[in-house]
Design a protein around this ligand. Structure first.
Ligand code: FES
Length: 150
């Protein structure tokens, strides 16, 4: 597997290094910012600036179950903000956060490509549609049971 240390220290490789880190670790940690900035001989704040500019990079370690609430147009019309609020209240986390146990993380995303099922949520890539409050609570309970059975 490719390593950041294999990349030439030319700054044009910075995005490649960040993508590599995110693919391997799921996010860009403080330690990664430090080691990447050292590799490219840049100030950590400059690397941090690049990371925050691109939405593809996450600064928070994702949970075991990554919940993406679609906020595309069709889902928005069908109440995606309610769905986001139900999940947020239930888990006690805001979009962009991971719970303290590292089990669930939550984010709002653009169209997931299955608008006919709006409102839609994806959990680790599995899509759930036509959501109601009851449905989403059942789904979260199911994932909690899976976690407890680990
Ligand atoms: S708008 Fe939500 S899946 Fe397309």
């Amino acid at each position: 597997m490719a390593e950041i240390s294999d990349l030439a220290t030319d700054e044009s490789n910075l995005i490649k290094a960040l993508q590599l880190e995110q693919r391997q670790e799921g996010y860009i940690s403080d330690e990664a910012i430090k080691s990447i900035s050292e590799h490219f001989d840049m100030a950590p704040v400059e690397v941090e600036g690049v990371v925050s500019f691109y939405t593809q990079f996450k600064r928070v370690k994702p949970g075991d179950y990554q919940i993406q609430v679609c906020d595309g147009t069709a889902c928005h019309i069908k109440g995606s903000s309610l769905v986001l609020g139900w999940i947020s209240d239930e888990l006690g986390i805001e979009p962009g956060e991971t719970d303290e146990e590292g089990v669930f993380s939550l984010e709002a995303v653009a169209c997931l490509g299955c608008c006919s099922l709006a409102p839609v949520v994806s959990i680790n890539g599995k899509v759930y549609g036509n959501l109601t409050r009851e449905k989403i609570m059942d789904i979260l309970d199911d994932y909690r049971e899976r976690e407890a059975a680990k």
